[in-house]
Design a binder for this molecule. Structure first.
Ligand SMILES: [Zn+2]
Length: 43
């Protein structure tokens, strides 16, 4: 069985600066790709 609860809490965040997409529960503070902070938007 899959853990559906974990999937429900996941969200995709996209860096508006470089387009890097990360799937986490919490909004990433800093982009690991371009190093900018505060650029992530929920997609
Ligand atoms: Zn970025």
């Amino acid at each position: 069985m899959q853990n559906i609860t974990a999937v429900m809490y996941m969200a995709d965040w996209k860096c508006s600066n470089c387009g890097f997409v990360k799937s986490t529960r919490c909004k990433p503070r800093k982009c690991p790709e371009c190093g900018q902070s505060g650029t992530f938007e929920k997609v």
